[in-house]
Design a protein around this ligand. Structure first.
Ligand code: NAD
Length: 396
């Protein structure tokens, strides 16, 4: 039986694994628990079950060496419980690397609300999640991710405030003192990072006339499309949501060429100058990498490589310059961390400072590309080495 079914059946509200101590020892025999072990190098893992809303929440804290963990809340209909837990474990680990690489005083964490196929996100569900969040006593701070919005963060913050003064939610709306949706900051970082890649491969940062294949036209993809159309880059676009495709087509009309393709395998086979994955993770794998016809990959999706080592190496061998996801997509968390600092230390949130810090992403990319060239290793490996080095050298 899966973990949440067990919780449901036995009326268990919270199962925690904190620094090696499991609150409910019998879980060790559970098949899902056994299967997730190979991904396990975390400080904390929590399962919360809320009976009233049928809320199934998982929070993973990978590392708090540099400070409280920070990472988004993803609301998604995963096919299986194992998929959901592995995703939260992989994403929280990537957050540790992302935060360390860009010098934030935060560790990595991530949260998931696992919706079943008939369930929708709702106010009561988000409130129940917020009440679970406070059990981590500020050790995990969350903001937006796939499936959540700044309005959702407002609802959660309102609930959190009833119980604690600790800051557990960021990226709330500006009217509530937050910094709003982080996606424009992420998109800005991706756009800037694309220019760094273009300089390496084409000898110019100018994206005018270049063709960008954009997978996913959501919060990040839409803002990125706006930057690209403004700079007169041509687009190949795809999204499973036809309305989003139509919206970008309207934006591009009369300015640049914009070809819409199917969301399945077609996008991978399209010839482009830059492929930009801005949907979900795991899309660079043994099936898709052989199809790619692009010299650069630069996009926002987290955990783009299905297998970090194998798929990173495959891209390296194909001579594709891969901008490691956790380096290039750090704009959003930089903004979130600055909002957190403002809220906790009484500093003023300053958007100009946020953009200044985001400019460091380009420096990081150049450092990684140099290191990868010098050592003849995939850029993904170079990025991990640099992040690990920074983590090791953290002064506590
Ligand atoms: P979003 O949910 O707003 O957008 C994702 C889009 O991808 C949606 O429009 C969805 O319809 C589309 N999509 C899903 N599956 C697809 C498929 N198979 N093919 C094509 N399109 C598909 O999410 P977002 O906030 O724009 O984030 C995009 C990615 O970037 C995510 O992986 C997220 O974790 C990552 N990311 C986002 C931020 C941020 O600030 N929002 C920061 C860092 C990383």
């Amino acid at each position: 039986m899966a973990i949440f079914s067990l919780m449901q059946k036995s009326n268990i509200k919270h199962i925690s694994w904190v620094k090696g101590k499991l609150s409910h020892e019998f879980i060790k025999k559970n098949v899902v628990w056994k299967n997730i072990q190979k991904h396990f190098e975390h400080e904390e893992l929590h399962f919360f079950y809320d009976k009233k809303t049928n809320g199934r929440f998982t929070i993973a804290v990978h590392n708090t060496f540099r400070g409280p963990s920070i990472g988004g809340l993803r609301v998604w209909q995963f096919k299986t419980e194992e998929d959901a837990i592995i995703d939260v474990l992989r994403l929280s680990k990537a957050m540790t690397y992302k935060n360390a690489a860009v010098g934030l005083n935060h560790g990595g964490g991530k949260a998931i609300i696992w919706l079943d196929k008939n369930q929708k996100k709702s106010r009561p569900l988000l409130r129940a999640f917020a009440r679970s969040l406070i059990k981590l006593e500020g050790n995990f701070v969350t903001g937006e991710d796939v499936g959540t919005s700044e309005q959702d963060m407002d609802i959660m913050q309102e609930e959190v405030k009833k119980y604690t003064k600790k800051v557990c939610v960021v990226c709330c709306s500006k009217k509530t003192g937050g910094s709003g949706n982080p996606s424009p900051f992420t998109a800005y970082g991706i756009y800037d990072g694309m220019k760094v890649c273009a300089k390496r491969v084409f000898g110019t940062t100018d994206l005018k006339g270049k063709t960008i294949a954009l997978q996913g036209l959501g919060n990040v993809g839409w803002v990125l499309a706006k930057h690209l159309v403004k700079t007169r880059a041509n687009l190949i676009i795809t999204d499973i949501d036809k309305n989003k495709v139509a919206k970008v087509q309207r934006l591009a009309k009369g300015k640049v060429s914009c070809k819409a393709v199917f969301a399945d395998h077609q996008i991978y086979s399209e010839k482009s100058d830059i492929f930009s994955p801005c949907a979900l993770g795991g899309i660079l794998n043994s099936k898709t990498v052989p199809l790619l016809k692009c010299p650069i990959i630069a996009g926002s999706a987290n955990n783009q490589l299905w297998d970090e080592k194998k798929d990173g190496l495959a891209l390296h061998k194909k001579d594709i310059l891969y901008a490691p996801d956790f380096i290039i997509n750090a704009g959003g968390v930089i903004n979130a961390a600055m909002e957190y600092a403002a809220k906790t230390k009484g500093k003023l949130y300053n958007e100009i400072e946020v953009y200044k810090k985001i400019d460091e992403i380009s420096e990081n990319l150049n450092l990684i590309f140099d290191y990868s060239e010098k050592e003849n290793i995939p850029t993904s490996q170079a990025a991990i080495k640099i992040a690990e080095e920074r983590l090791k050298n953290t002064e506590v």
